[in-house]
Design a protein around this ligand. Structure first.
Ligand SMILES: Cc1cc2nc3c(=O)[nH]c(=O)nc-3n(C[C@H](O)[C@H](O)[C@H](O)COP(=O)(O)O)c2cc1C
Length: 330
């Protein structure tokens, strides 16, 4: 069982924060489908402190999103501490610090993965945040800045010494961005050194990928990002694969039902026409089919996508989805 501070997660497979995807509807969906926790996308601590309304919206959540983490980004200790307090006041169960974002504008600002170049600064920030945060406090990071300066073991040390409750590690350096290949040995080394739970992250698309990571490293949990887009079943599949040695692949009816449920949730949350428009990026993933989807190789799926991404309005889109699945089911 994965425990983060005082919070016992129901499952050890958890949804990664994904900017532009992990909004309230998607967090509710994956929570209901087995993710052990959910998180906002990265939120600028400075923007939160300045009461930026768009930023506040990123924290809008319901009681169906549990446990609910707010991920903060920044390099100003005061702002990070004040933003943590605002997030806790808004209902965050967990505060997560982003030390992994590789984006140029973020790094130029000295935030995200840029901090990996100054571990002493990380120690100061974590110390101050820990002292001010009464709820569980986690950190999400990468292996280091680049291949020649991989300092994940130093980050593990700092997190342990400063009372962080769990550490999620994306098994690449900042310079690797999302290039192929994750470093499982570094994860195994981090797990060996750490007294706090380590959550491994990177390239998990199937329950077998999760099993490989868990068995190769002994990590306490796995975090799934891109592999959950269009495949929110992955959490339950991973848990079943671990606990029962087998898992159920969703049926065409399951995919149809979840797509329709998801677009309705987005429509309700964002209103017309924004909800349907924002759903399009999920839709293309649902209809493409991942390695364990009944849609893999489905005929007409390209045609369907082309039509679906130009369809306006909730009910016409639901009708199109139903027609597509009726056709596939024949
Ligand atoms: C579109 C996109 C948005 C992301 N946004 C965030 C974010 O807001 N915060 C964060 O810590 N990581 C973010 N990440 C990184 C993911 O959380 C994760 O570490 C990375 O995608 C590797 O995991 P995966 O291979 O399972 O996707 C993002 C990744 C992608 C592809």
């Amino acid at each position: 069982m994965l425990k983060i501070g005082t919070i016992l997660l129901k499952h050890h497979a958890v949804m990664a924060p994904l900017a532009g995807y992990t909004d309230s509807p998607f967090r509710r969906l994956v929570c209901g489908m087995g993710s052990g926790l959910v998180s906002t996308e990265l939120i600028s601590a400075e923007a939160l402190v300045h009461n930026n309304q768009k930023t506040m919206m990123l924290m809008a959540h319901t009681t169906q999103e549990k446990p609910f983490a707010v991920q903060l980004l920044g390099n100003n200790t005061d702002a990070l501490v004040r933003a943590s307090q605002i997030a806790i006041g808004s209902g965050a169960d967990i505060i997560d610090l982003n030390l992994g974002c590789p984006a140029r504008n973020v790094v130029a600002n000295g935030s995200g993965a840029a901090l990996l170049r100054t571990p002493e600064r990380i120690r100061e920030i974590i110390r101050e945040m820990r002292a001010a945060i009464p709820v569980p406090f986690t950190v999400k990071t990468r292996l280091g800045w680049d291949e020649t300066s991989k300092n994940i073991l130093q980050i593990v040390d700092i997190a342990n010494e400063q009372g962080v409750d769990a550490l999620a590690i994306h098994l690449r350096t900042r310079q690797q961005w999302f290039k192929k290949g994750i470093d499982l040995q570094s994860l195994a080394d981090a797990v060996k050194l750490s007294k706090i739970p380590i959550i491994g992250n990177g390239d998990i698309l199937t329950p077998d990928d999760a099993r490989t990571m868990l068995e190769a490293s002994g990590c306490a949990g796995v975090m799934i990002g891109r592999g959950a887009i269009g495949n929110p079943w992955i959490f339950q599949m991973i848990v079943d694969s671990q606990q029962k040695g087998e898992y159920r692949v969703p049926s065409l009816q399951d995919v149809r039902d979840v797509m329709i449920k998801h677009v309705r949730m987005m429509h309700e949350f964002y209103g017309e026409p924004k909800g349907v428009k924002l759903f399009r990026k999920h839709l293309v993933h649902y209809s493409r089919g991942g390695p364990v989807s009944p849609l893999t190789g489905a005929r007409y799926s390209a045609d369907f996508r082309a039509k679906a991404v130009t369809t306006e309005g909730l009910e016409p889109l639901v009708e199109l989805i139903n027609a597509y699945f009726d056709h596939l089911g024949k």
